[in-house]
Design a protein around this ligand. Structure first.
Ligand code: SF4
Length: 334
C-alpha cells in the first residue's frame, strides 16, 4: 500500500504548470476564501465544473458574502439554484451559512467533528475545507483521489481502505508545506490527467512509478453505479379557460416534497388510468433517481385540495425545471 515517495512533489510540480483558473481558487488571504470554497463545494457535489461555473458567478452577484447569504430567504436561494438539481444542497448551504455566521463568527470550526455537524457536510467536504481554509495536512477523498491512488497501486478501488493508505503514507504525502495546494492538485490531476475513461498516461509525470501503467495485468474496471428507475403517474388538472395548471407541494414521496408539481404518485400498474387522458411518457432525473413519467391530464375548473393554480406561461415564480418540463408538454395542447 505504499505510494511513490515523491508523489506530492511530482503532483504539485504538475499542478503549478497546469491548473485551471477557477473562480473559487482565490488567494489564501482573501476574506471570501471560506465562502467561495463552501459555495463551490456544495455546488460541485454530483455536478461538473463547467455546469457549476455560471451558477457560481450568478450566485455571487446576488449574495457576494457569507453574511449576505446567511440573511437570504430559502425561496431566493432555491430560485438561484434552479436547474442545478439536488435542491437539498441549496437548503443545507443556507443553514450552514447561517450557523457559521451566528455560531462561529463567520469562521470555519477547527475540529473536523464540528465541521461535520454542519448540514450537508460529510467527511470529504470537512477535510477539503480544513485543508483549503487552515492548510491542514489532510486529504479529501473524492472520486478523483480514489481513482489516482487505485491506479498508482493497480488495485480496484472497492478493495482499498483509503484512510489506511493515507495513514501509512502520511510522512511522504505531507512532507511539504503546501497541504491546501496538494489537496487541490490531487483532485485536479485526477480530473485532467488520470481521467476516468482515458487516463493521459503519455503526459503523466508519475508514470514511471505507476503500477497500472507498468502492469500487463491491469485491474478490471469498476462497475458504474446505476441510478434507480421507477415509474410515476403525474395528474395534470388544466383550467382551459385560464390556461392554468394545478400544482401542489404535498406529494408524500419524500424526495419531491416542497416542490411545486402536479399531483404525482408511484405507478401501480401498466394499464391506463380511468377518467384521465393519457398525454405522453418521458424520463427525468432527480437526485439519484430516474423517473419514468406517465403524464395524464383532464380539463377542470375545480382546484384539487392542497393545490394552487399556476399559469402555464408564467416563468417568474419558483417552479422547478422538472415542472417546467411538464408545462412544455402542454404548450400545444388543444
Ligand atoms: S500513468 Fe496513467 S494511470 Fe498512472 S497515474 Fe498517470 S495517468 Fe494515471
Amino acid at each position: 500500500m505504499h505510494l511513490p515517495y515523491n508523489l506530492s512533489k511530482k503532483i504539485l510540480a504538475w499542478y503549478d504548470n497546469n491548473s485551471r483558473e477557477l473562480p473559487w481558487r482565490v488567494s489564501k488571504k482573501s476574506p471570501n476564501k471560506l465562502y467561495y470554497r463552501l459555495l463551490s463545494e456544495f455546488m460541485l457535489q454530483q455536478t461538473q465544473v463547467k455546469t457549476v461555473l455560471p451558477y457560481f458567478k450568478n450566485f455571487l452577484l446576488h449574495f457576494p458574502t457569507l453574511k449576505s447569504l446567511s440573511k437570504a430567504s430559502e425561496k431566493k436561494v432555491l430560485k438561484l439554484w434552479e436547474g442545478l438539481g439536488y435542491y437539498r444542497r441549496a437548503k443545507n448551504l443556507l443553514t450552514t451559512a447561517k450557523t457559521l455566521v451566528e455560531k462561529y463568527n463567520s469562521k470555519l470550526p477547527y475540529k473536523v467533528s464540528d465541521i461535520k455537524k454542519l448540514p450537508g457536510i460529510g467527511d470529504y467536504t470537512a477535510n477539503a475545507l480544513l485543508a483549503f481554509i487552515y492548510d491542514q495536512p489532510t486529504i479529501a477523498i473524492d472520486g478523483n483521489v480514489k481513482r489516482v491512488f487505485s491506479r498508482i497501486l493497480n488495485i480496484n478501488e472497492n478493495l482499498l481502505d483509503f484512510n489506511k493508505i493515507i495513514e501509512i503514507n502520511r510522512k511522504q504525502l505531507f512532507k511539504g508545506e503546501r497541504h491546501s495546494d496538494f489537496v487541490e492538485a490531487l483532485m485536479e490531476f485526477g480530473a485532467l490527467i488520470c481521467k476516468p475513461k482515458e487516463p493521459q498516461c503519455s503526459k503523466c509525470n508519475i508514470k514511471k512509478t505507476c503500477k497500472y501503467f507498468n502492469s500487463d495485468n491491469k485491474f478490471k474496471k469498476i462497475k458504474k453505479y446505476k441510478p434507480q428507475e421507477k415509474s410515476y403517474d403525474i395528474f395534470c388538472y388544466i383550467n382551459k379557460v385560464k390556461n392554468k395548471i394545478a400544482l401542489t407541494k404535498k406529494h408524500n414521496l419524500g424526495f419531491l416534497d416542497n416542490f411545486y408539481l402536479p399531483p404525482i404518485k408511484l405507478s401501480k400498474s401498466k394499464n391506463k388510468i380511468k377518467n384521465w387522458n393519457f398525454h405522453s411518457n418521458f424520463k427525468n432525473s432527480i437526485s439519484n433517481k430516474i423517473l419514468n413519467i406517465n403524464l395524464y391530464y383532464k380539463y377542470s375548473s375545480t382546484l384539487p385540495i392542497k393545490s394552487q393554480w399556476f399559469s402555464l406561461k408564467a416563468n417568474n415564480e419558483f417552479i422547478p425545471s422538472f415542472t417546467k418540463k411538464v408545462f412544455k408538454q402542454f404548450t400545444n395542447l388543444n
